[in-house]
Design a protein around this ligand. Structure first.
Ligand code: 9D3
Length: 243
């Protein structure tokens, strides 16, 4: 996977990527990261890349030409037109399904905005997907781009160790994970649930499944509606209702 990030803050992207598992994946040759500073494509003698919005209003707008030139400098090196993800509060909200779909691409271009946004005309020309990471206000698209690259990267072969493998993600079946415990058996008067010490593997699995169901119903009932529940799961939840 080759990531290309168009941004006014390339250091923020590089710093966020180097630390953590994605940095290791670059060293292993599974990922590449190219950052493109949009300011390098300013068409203005003061190196500006923003200007006042037509029609008035607060703030500044990123101009079309520097963004387009920055994009073209990336596209020129590619065989076909890549997907271009514009990070924007107006976009479709990112989820695990989108991460899986994006992980199938060879090249991904991220466009990070700042100020009040980017001139709509260049967006119409180059953007294929407009993506938000959720309903809260950030200062720009850099952290969202890092979030998406992180979620996509861990799905690529060789990025994770086998034991932390993405195939066991609980989001796959739309259930939250069961609680975890480690030593000591008793910590500040709080005991580990005895069933986990019983050595009875089938009972442990049953208990974990039930904990997942309880938690999902309590914290994320919206997920439960999309979960693949067995007959036993449904019976267990129906019994809970009565209590
Ligand atoms: C104060 C500016 N706002 C006008 C009411 C609009 C606005 C523009 C740019 C709000 C936030 C931003 C910066 N955010 C992003 O670029 C962004 C974002 C986000 O803020 N939340 C969730 N996902 C994303 S993706 C890009």
């Amino acid at each position: 996977m080759n990531y290309h990030v168009l941004t006014l803050f390339p250091d923020m992207i590089r710093d966020g990527f180097q630390t953590s598992i994605t940095g290791r994946a670059v060293e292993k040759g599974i990922l590449t990261l190219e950052t493109i500073n949009i300011r390098d494509f300013s068409v203005n003698k003061h190196n500006r890349v923003d200007d006042y919005p037509y029609g008035g209003g607060a703030g500044m707008v990123m101009q079309a030409e520097p963004v387009c030139l920055a994009y073209e400098s990336v596209a020129a090196g590619l065989e076909k037109k890549p997907r271009v993800l514009y990070m924007s509060p107006q976009g479709k909200v990112f989820d695990q399904r989108m991460a899986e779909e994006l992980a199938a691409e060879e090249e991904l271009v991220f466009l990070c905005g700042h100020y009040e946004g980017i001139d709509e005309r260049v967006l119409e020309e180059i953007v294929t997907d407009e993506v938000s990471i959720g309903d809260y206000v950030l200062t720009g698209g850099e952290l969202p781009a890092l979030v998406i690259m992180d979620a996509v990267s861990r799905l690529l072969g060789g990025v994770l160790h086998n034991e932390e493998s993405a195939q066991f993600d609980s989001f796959h079946d739309n259930l939250l994970e069961y609680p975890q415990y480690s030593r000591p058996e008793e910590w500040r008067g709080k005991k580990v649930p005895p069933i986990l010490l019983s050595g009875h593997h089938a009972n442990v699995e049953k208990w974990r499944r039930e904990q997942s169901l309880i938690r999902t119903r309590q914290r994320r009932p919206d997920l439960l509606e999309r979960a693949n529940l067995t007959k036993e799961d449904k019976k267990f939840l129906a019994n809970l209702e009565e209590m």
